[in-house]
Design a protein around this ligand. Structure first.
Ligand code: FFO
Ligand code: GTP
Ligand code: MG
Length: 442
């Protein structure tokens, strides 16, 4: 952390402005070398200056200074707002690099903020989530975690664990003083309560995955039933080709959208049938593949026909998968056996608001923890599960009257695992894994 790092913090594309960040002990000194008219270096002040690389004027820019430790990274920081031309940005960065700064790794600014105690690991991860959130709910969840909601819950869990460990260790030190049954009962209750709280947090991981990766909704059914018409209706956009010829859609078509604020990857597929043409057969195979990874399968059939006449059978559902049946072309009639189904017409628009309502219901069932705020990621879940397993073992050891050393050890490993989530105890590998997934400049 002794070196000075620099990177573009905005996209490398033509834009009105570009922001370059420089962090580290030499941020100011190197910047001074590029200015002809000096600045006062009063913290959190901005200056309009020209940047020069020796005899070459590079650009006129706005400089912003943050004095250590009151900066994003906790280090000396200079920000340069230049004209948003990538070539110009490269020239400015090169001027910094040739004077001793080096290119920042992805996430390195936030990694430094973490290492300087500006934020815990859950907050750092939340910043990456915030940048990539593709829906309002993902954004809200990321913002809550960034404000430290998850971190606070974990800090409470840690405080409880520390107390329990202290209790247990006091008992270890003075074994002649028996642990009274009341104290023992109380400890056990607290261990079990803590375990169920942490299990609850770990249980938000499926929602966390859906909020980060998007909910995969796959439209499937026989050719010509109106899958692409429904796809377009849901997107409110004429995205997929619709035609009266069965077999119109040959490849899977994916569109990323929001449904009631949830991030959705909506997929239209080739109609299911025994295909003669190899291209169509490949389309059907891709449809099957999409169905296997779907979170929600929307089976489309036609309302005027009896359900039994539909040769499309959705695959056996995996435990987390949900299925919604929709009968289209209700304008052509509704078969009596379809009366209890959702019958719609993409042509007249009948039933489309009901589709909207049911999609929302299904999605909320898939991601039940989105509203509660803060859904953990895979890394956090793994550590939380280690913590709950250790607490479980502690509880069992306690109940079966095993030696205090044993359950004390388990409480300590639960403490370690909770600390891992917050980044209190982390290996170099974990940090690399977390931060290298960030953008450069963040
Ligand atoms: N120009 C600019 N805009 C930005 C950021 C930035 O780094 N630079 N941010 C980057 O994410 C976000 C704002 N977040 C920030 C978070 C902390 C600090 C910071 O310097 N914190 C100091 C205290 C500064 C103060 O006195 O308020 C600290 O925590 O010690 C700056 C921005 C979004 N906009
Ligand atoms: N009457 C009626 N026709 C519809 C309705 N929805 C779609 N169609 C028509 O049905 C035909 C097939 O529609 P598509 O949306 O292309 O059907 P698909 O299921 O995507 O078909 P493939 O891509 O071949 O699998 C088109 O001519 C549509 O105009 C509807 O609600 N009522
Ligand atoms: Mg189609």
């Amino acid at each position: 952390m002794n070196d000075t790092i620099a990177a573009l913090a905005t996209p490398a594309a033509p834009a009105a402005l570009a922001a370059i960040r420089v962090s580290g002990p030499r941020a100011r000194e190197i910047t001074d070398l590029l200015l002809r008219r000096p600045v006062s270096w009063l913290p959190q002040k901005a200056w309009h200056r020209e940047i020069w690389d020796d005899e070459q004027k590079l650009d006129d820019v706005v400089l912003l200074y943050w004095r250590q430790p009151r900066s994003y990274t906790g280090e000396e920081m200079v920000e340069i707002f230049c004209h948003g031309n990538p070539l110009l940005v490269d020239r400015i960065l090169t001027a910094y690099f040739s004077r001793g700064a080096r290119a920042a790794l992805p996430g390195e600014f936030t990694q430094r903020a973490f290492l300087h105690g500006k934020l815990d690991l859950t907050q750092a991860e939340a910043i990456a989530d915030l940048i990539h959130a593709g829906s309002l709910r993902s954004l809200a969840a990321a913002q809550e975690a960034k404000e430290g909601l998850l971190g606070r819950k974990l800090a409470e869990a840690r405080a409880t664990l520390l107390e329990l460990v202290a209790h247990a260790e006091a008992y270890l030190d003075f074994p002649e003083e028996d642990l009274s049954p009341e104290v023992g009962e109380d400890m056990l209750r607290r261990i079990d309560r803590l375990r169920s709280e942490l299990l609850g947090l770990a249980g938000t991981a499926p929602t966390g995955r859906l909020l980060r990766e998007g909910i995969l909704v796959v439209l499937a059914g026989c050719p010509n039933v109106g899958k692409s018409s429904l796809f377009n209706a849901i997107l409110r956009q004429n995205r997929a080709i619709v035609s009266p010829h069965p077999g119109t859609t040959r490849d899977t078509i994916e569109s990323i959208c929001q449904i009631h604020g949830y991030p959705v990857r909506l997929i239209d597929t080739a109609g299911h049938r025994t295909a003669e043409h190899p291209v169509e057969a490949e389309g059907v195979r891709r449809a099957e593949e999409a169905l296997r990874s779907a979170d929600l399968i929307v089976h489309v059939s036609v309302a005027p026909e009896p359900p039994a006449s539909d040769p499309f059978l959705p695959p056996p559902l995996l435990p987390h998968q949900r299925l919604l049946r929709i009968a289209n072309k209700a304008d052509l009639g509704i078969h009596p056996e379809r009366r209890s189904e959702l019958c719609i017409s993409t042509i007249t628009g009948e039933g489309l608001s009901e589709v909207d309502r049911l999609l929302r219901r299904e999605i909320e069932a898939l991601a039940p923890d989105a509203a509660a705020g803060g859904a953990v990621n895979a890394r956090q879940e793994a550590s939380l599960r280690r913590a709950t397993a250790a607490l479980e073992r502690a509880s069992v050891a306690f109940r079966t009257g095993l030696a205090c050393e044993l359950w004390c050890l388990e409480l300590r490993s639960a403490l370690q695992a909770v600390g891992e989530v917050m980044g209190l105890v982390t290996s170099e590998e974990i940090l690399d894994e977390v931060f290298r997934r960030f953008c450069i400049g963040k």
